[in-house]
Design a protein around this ligand. Structure first.
Ligand SMILES: Cc1ncc(COP(=O)(O)O)c(C=O)c1O
Length: 386
């Protein structure tokens, strides 16, 4: 197409959005495709938004974000991780976590610089790295989908600029503990890499495990940009509210970029979240969802593993289960097609998230938007078929 910029030449469209469109309007379809929670936004938060609009918080706001929200974000990190961030120069509120990842890559990557990403990973990372003129470099996963330390070591070159970490992980649900992360963080700091730590699933952690805030490990603080979002934590993906914390040195260039891209994230949604995120209601809500997702996780992992030929990884966090269908002699793409046509169930093939060779027989099941009853139906349909 003659109007296309060459920037889009190497950008593969998102297969998840295609699957989402394909499944819409077909009766009886159960979609474990899209990564969004189905749980209703807390009533108090919805009321806070209406109030903000009625109270005329409808104007532009400051580029880094609403002052009160930035104060609440700083307080959140102090309360939850005993970490200090500067509310004036160390916090940014963006239009979703995705905007922050985009800004950080655009602001820091020089043409041809490399960013280490885990195979598999959130499909936005490699595309955004390419859009920023950089080169994504795939790092291997261990058999339980942690980032492989040896592979990180082997992948660092003099062109490596940054490493992307994401625990709890999309698409695998894997988590790494503090010691395991420290080995990677030390390597990153020793090589002067920027650490982009995507912690959007921090509250969805199962089996009494603890989320580790990467910036709090060893000497990571000065190298780390933490990416976060209200989409998943308070079930408002449509509000497009993301945020990040880091040092003034790293936030500064990102702010410069942000001011010319969206100027400021939506004002009334920021005011509503400022009045909500550290409230008692917010804490109760988060815990309720965590419990709900853990029950769903138990059901889906057990259910998938009960089907001969399928092997599901036990997700430790997020709302994804990653499973292997090599025992059925099918690829993930074949299984996705088969499950959709024969059982009206949508799964995303693993090749959407990583390298063709390594992810060929895997699929991701999102249990963010299917309740336990639907999960039972999915397992029933698959069991009958297989
Ligand atoms: C790992 C990860 N990071 C970031 C995001 C971005 O979320 P949002 O742009 O809605 O804040 C998502 C959304 O699916 C995600 O899975």
């Amino acid at each position: 197409m003659k109007f296309f910029s060459e920037k889009l030449n190497n950008i593969k469209p998102s297969g998840i959005r295609e699957l989402f469109a394909k499944a819409q309007g077909i009766e009886g379809v159960i979609s474990l495709g899209i990564g969004a929670p189905d749980i209703e936004t807390p009533k108090k938060l919805k009321e806070a938004l209406v109030e903000a609009v009625l109270n005329n918080f409808n104007n532009y706001d400051q580029t880094p974000g609403n002052v009160q929200l930035r104060e609440e974000i700083v307080q959140k990190y102090k309360q939850e991780y005993n970490m200090d961030y500067d509310k004036n120069n160390g916090v940014i509120v963006t239009s979703g976590g995705v905007e922050l990842i985009y800004l950080a890559l655009q602001a820091f990557l020089k043409k041809g610089e490399e960013v280490l990403i885990q195979d598999p990973c959130f499909l936005t990372y490699p595309r955004q790295i390419i859009l920023a003129g950089g080169t994504p470099v795939w790092v291997k996963s261990t058999s339980d989908f942690k980032m492989d330390l040896e592979s990180v070591k082997e992948s660092i070159t003099d062109k490596t600029k940054a490493i992307m970490l994401n625990f709890p992980n999309n698409p695998t649900g894997a988590m790494m503990d503090r010691n395991e992360l420290k080995a990677i963080v030390d390597l990153a700091v020793d090589n002067d890499l920027i650490i982009l730590s995507d912690e959007v699933y921090e509250y969805y952690v199962f089996d009494n495990k603890e989320h580790v805030h990467v910036a709090s490990i060893g000497d990571a603080y000065h190298n780390t940009i933490t990416i976060n979002s209200f989409s998943k934590s308070f079930c408002v993906p449509g509000w497009r509210m993301g945020y990040g914390v880091s040092t003034p040195e790293l936030i500064g260039p990102i702010l410069g970029y942000h001011s010319f891209v969206v100027a400021n994230a939506t004002t009334p949604t920021q005011v509503a979240l400022a009045n909500y995120i550290n409230s008692e209601d917010a804490k109760i809500f988060r815990e309720k969802i965590r419990e709900t997702f853990q029950k769903r996780r138990d059901k889906i992992v057990k259910g998938l593993n009960s089907i001969s030929g399928i092997e599901a990884h036990n997700s430790s966090g997020s709302f994804y289960a990653y499973f292997n269908v090599s025992g059925l002699d099918m690829t993930g793409e074949e299984f996705s097609d088969f499950a959709f046509k024969k059982a009206k169930v949508v799964f995303v093939p693993g090749t959407e998230f990583g390298q063709e060779e390594s992810q060929k027989t895997f699929l991701r099941a999102s249990f963010g938007s299917v309740d336990e009853e639907k999960i039972e139906q999915v397992i029933e349909r698959l069991t009958k078929l297989l």
